[in-house]
Structures are given as C-alpha cells and as structure tokens.
Design a protein around this ligand. Structure first.
Ligand code: AMP
Length: 406
C-alpha cells in the first residue's frame, strides 16, 4: 500500500454524519488526517472539517433540499473528500450501535449482513436505521468497496448468562431482550491500550468509567468485559446528559397510565428530557453545570458522582475486587472536579487521588500506594479504523502487517 491509502470512518446519527479519514502507512500504521461532520440534515446542512493539526479545511452551508437525509449527507462528505482532498478510501468502517445477540466482532458487510442488521433495528430504533442507511447507499453505488460494521455491543457479547439475562420469562431472552451493554468500541480501545500505557494493571480487575454525554461503566477482567452498567438499550445505568440511567420500570408505568404518555412521547422523554438536563432544569452539559451558581446544578453534579460511585460498588462485586480504575470520555478525561468527587466516594475501595496529578490530567492520578486510578483518552474511531484495516487485510492473506496507531 502507498502512503496515500486511506480508510474512511463513518458514524451516522439521525441529524448528523461524523466522519474521519485515516492514512494507512506502508507498515500498517494509521494516521488521522481529517475529522469532519455534516450536521443539520434536513434543517441547515453544514459541512465542517479539520486536518490533523486541527486546522480548518472546510466550513460550508448547503441548501436544505440538497441534504435531506443521512445518505445525502455522506454523499456531501464523500464528494468533498474526493474532489477537494483527493481521497478515495480503500474501505469504509462504520460505527453500528447494535450487533444483536450474535455479532461479537466487526464484520465485512454484504447484503445478507445488512439484512441481519436491519432486524436489529427493533432493538435500537433511534440509531440503527441511521447507521444502516449510508451502508445500504454505498453498497448499491460501490458494490466492490469493502465496508466493515463495528458494533457498540460486540465487546460485551461474552458476558456470562448471569450478566446477560433479565429476570423475565426466558422466551424474551430468546427474542433478543438481553443486557447487551454499549460503548464497547471505547472499552475495547481502553483494553487494548492498557498493556501499553499501564501494563501493571492491564491483566487485572479494572473498572472503566466512560463518562461523556452518554455514560456507562464496564468491568474488565484481564482485558475482557464481564459486566456493564448498560443493558438492553443505552438508557440504563448511569444518569447521562439527557437520559435518566437506571430507573424503576414502575415510573414508566406511572407515566403511561397516570400521565397519559404515548410510546413516542415516552421515548422522546427518556432520550432527550431526563438525566442532568431534567434533574437540573439548566443544562445537559457538565461544564455548564459546574460553572452554574444554581443549587439545582450543584445537585445534578453531585448526583452524577454518587451514581458513578454506586455503580463502581456493583462492578467491584462482579469483579470480586478492584485493581484499578480508568476514567475516559469527555467528562472522565477533562473534569478533575468530577473525578475528585467520585474518588472521594471510593475511599473504601482504596482510592485516593493526588490532587496535583488529577488537576494536570496526568495518566496516573492516584497517590502512591493507593488503588491506581488512570485517565486514558478514548479513541473509538481509531478502533474502528484498526478493525476495518484488519478485516481488509484478512481478505488479502499475503499481507503480514496489521493496523497500528501512531
Ligand atoms: P463526550 O460525549 O465524550 O464528547 O463528552 C461530552 C461531555 O463532556 C459534556 O457533558 C461536556 O460538558 C463534558 N466535558 C467536556 N470537557 C469538560 C470539562 N473540561 N469539564 C467538565 N466536563 C467536560
């Protein structure tokens, strides 16, 4: 392969398509070249892209009628990449939220895979159709372009049954009502990075907290996921920007039977109006809450830290002890204040942060001789690029190298 070979990563949602381009060096190293997104689909379409040093490459608005849906948004990005950046990718890696009960690893896409993934749309109706729309469009237009689906659920697919079941009639488990867990690409990235950045803990019992606008935690045992705070959907577990996290199903019955909420209204409520936003009445953004003087904001921040600490207790029980903690994602990587609040509640697990290392966002932020606590920036797109390259090369058995990050 030449240095100009590239892999395109696509993360398609309902109103935006995020994309990244990685260059593939001759030795299989992946270098991020472009980050971009087309947002405002169907409202005010907007392409933004930056280069590897954060320099602006594109910022432009499109007429609403030219970008009416997700495939059209990807087309805008692909046209810009081809015409102005001279990029024609070797392969496309897609983030797909749901791999259902079966997919425990990324898969090379063909029509039968798409058919199977369409069946899982019922398990993630807000995300799966948007993830699949650009895949289908590319498959029609460029049938020989290799496409790889990387799932948020796959990394958790080896959980024991005891972690995978709900206490409901087993037929529903057969129907797919299971505790899947999400953010799997982030946890997999952390699990594959720990041997390099923190080899002393990589084989141990590690609780990883992916704290972003979506938030969850994962119990890693020897680099494998054994438990997650998320379940059937990405609504469960920790409170998030706009999602409630763990909630008694009786509350939902109350909202339906007493408050008269219709299913679509309830879905909207649970995905968009709850969590930090609902609790504070101020914002879903942790930065805004931390700078706000309102007591409701302070309560939401403390509530978040409390629920993370409660979940750490649950995951510690799953692991039968904890050797280390890892913080990642927007809040976990950037907020020393939240990390400190959480750590204050985990003293009973041997946690004590070094305030200056925490303030500096160092790799290791715990005091010596306490339970190690790390901050490891996640990189789900790089994980997808690595999987895509590996699958691409597995189709060409003569090539010895595998994708590595630089
Ligand atoms: P993510 O979804 O991983 O991009 O994370 C988004 C969340 O991270 C939002 O709630 C942001 O407010 C939060 N975040 C980003 N930077 C900071 C920061 N410096 N302090 C607190 N929260 C932050």
């Amino acid at each position: 392969m030449t240095t100009m070979d590239t892999i395109l990563i696509v993360n398609a949602g309902s109103s935006s398509v995020k994309f990244q381009v990685f260059a593939v060096d001759g030795d299989g190293r992946l270098r991020r070249r472009i980050k971009g997104q087309v947002d405002g689909i169907g409202s005010r379409p907007h392409l933004r892209a930056t280069g590897s040093s954060g320099e602006k490459l594109a910022e432009r608005v499109y007429p609403i009628e030219s970008v009416g849906d997700v495939p059209a948004a990807l087309q805008v990005a692909a046209d810009w990449l081809r015409d102005e950046q001279r990029i024609t990718p070797l392969a496309v890696g897609h983030r797909v939220v749901h791999g259902g009960p079966d997919y425990d690893r990324p898969v090379l896409i063909d029509h039968s895979v798409v058919g199977r993934l369409e069946r899982y749309a019922a398990l993630a109706p807000l995300h799966q159709p948007h993830n699949l729309a650009p895949i289908r469009a590319l498959l029609e237009k460029f049938p020989s372009l290799p496409q790889v689906a990387c799932f948020d659920t796959a990394f958790h697919r080896h959980h024991d049954d005891i972690a995978d079941f709900y206490a409901i009639p087993c037929q529903l488990h057969e129907d797919g009502v299971r505790r899947y867990g999400f953010h799997g690409l982030s946890y997999e990235y952390i699990a594959t990075t720990l041997p390099k950045v923190a080899p002393d803990i990589a084989t141990g019992r590690v609780i990883v907290a992916h704290l972003g606008s979506g938030a969850s935690m994962c119990a890693l045992l020897g680099g494998r996921s054994i438990e997650s705070t998320m379940g059937f959907t990405a609504l469960d577990g920790l409170p998030m920007g706009t999602r409630p996290g763990q909630i008694d199903p009786g509350v939902l019955l109350y909202l339906i039977s007493v408050k008269g909420m219709a299913p679509a209204e309830l879905q909207n409520f649970l995905y968009r109006d709850c969590g930090l936003k609902g609790l504070s009445g101020i914002s879903n953004d942790m930065r805004e809450l931390q700078t706000s003087k309102e007591p409701e904001a302070a309560f939401a921040v403390e509530y978040f830290a409390y629920r993370v600490a409660l979940s750490a207790g649950m995951l510690a029980a799953a692991l039968q002890g904890v050797d280390a903690f890892v913080f990642t994602a927007g809040i976990g990587e950037n907020s020393d204040g939240i990390r400190a609040r959480i750590a204050d509640r985990l003293g009973w697990l041997g946690v004590a942060l070094d305030p200056s290392e925490n303030h500096r966002h160092s790799l290791r932020i715990s005091r010596p001789d306490t339970t190690p606590v790390y901050v490891v920036p996640t990189d789900e797109e790089l994980m997808i690029a690595q999987h895509t390259l590996s699958l691409l090369w597995s189709q060409r058995p003569s090539h010895p190298a595998r994708g590595r990050a630089s």
